[in-house]
Design a protein around this ligand. Structure first.
Ligand code: PEP
Length: 250
């Protein structure tokens, strides 16, 4: 299956000084990681994060980017700006952006296109709301979000895509999907990618689970056949917990 990637999504937490301190704490704890390790920090923390992680095995992600290269988009940040700084990853389509900031499947696709064009690796979030799960349309929702976001993405570019399955009802709620639920949807996403490209491309794709993953439940989730890593919110803000999750990703 895909290469294991453990990524922290810090959301709107940590000032630059706090970000530096947290990275300094994380660094020695994950230096022998056998998976890829990424910290997704607020825009204003990117500089210190890049400085603090230089020469280490920790990659840095932004939490969004605009689809245009430049222009009259006050308050926005382009993928090219991120790339020039030295940022390697960008988290796109997070449910908090879809819910609170109007991101749609179409703008997620546009942002994905821009990020790939700039040379970034995309952590693409998909996932269903609780009522959609209860209506039995989880598979349809996740397949649709995946298909739309990957519109126009070539097979070669797929190597710079990581998909994070994040059931919205599990994010920040303490309510984790069971290992079986997580694996079932990650497998479904892999099958969707196999239909769009081929089985080989789908097998090489990293598919993460995200949603209240923590030091206690990570090992079981990460042991599932179609779960190749995690996107971690709350637990990524505590260095020992994040390191325990990284160590569980073997
Ligand atoms: C997230 O923000 O992507 C996330 C999974 O958050 P949490 O781990 O806090 O549920």
């Amino acid at each position: 299956m895909g290469k294991y990637v453990i990524a922290g999504n810090w959301k709107m937490n940590k000032t630059p000084a706090e970000a530096k301190a947290l990275i300094e704490e994380i660094k020695p704890l994950v230096k022998d990681a056998t998976c890829d390790v990424v910290v997704g920090v607020p825009f204003v923390d990117l500089s210190v994060a890049l400085e603090a992680t230089a020469g280490t095995n920790i990659g840095v992600a932004a939490q969004n980017c605009h689809w245009a290269k430049s222009g009259a988009f006050t308050g926005e940040i382009s993928a090219e700006m991120l790339k020039e700084m030295g940022v390697g990853y960008v988290i796109l389509g997070h449910s908090e952006r879809r819910t609170y900031f109007g991101d749609t499947d179409v703008t997620v696709q546009q942002r994905t296109r821009a990020a790939l064009d700039a040379g970034l690796t995309v952590i693409l979030c998909v996932g269903e709301y609780l009522e959609q799960r209860e209506q039995g349309v989880t598979g349809e929702i996740c397949a649709m979000q995946t298909k739309i976001a990957l519109g126009g993405v070539s097979k070669e570019e797929l190597s710079r895509i990581i998909i994070a399955y994040e059931p919205v009802w599990a994010i920040g709620t303490g309510r984790t999907a069971t290992a079986e639920q997580a694996n079932e949807v990650c497998a479904l996403i892999r099958n969707t990618v196999a239909d769009l490209y081929d089985v080989e491309a789908a097998a090489a794709l990293t598919i993460q689970y995200g949603g209240s993953m923590n030091a206690a439940n990570a090992a079981e989730l990460l042991a599932q056949s179609d779960v190749d890593g995690g996107l971690i919110g709350g637990a990524s803000l505590k260095a020992p917990d994040f390191a325990t999750i990284v160590a569980a990703a073997k």
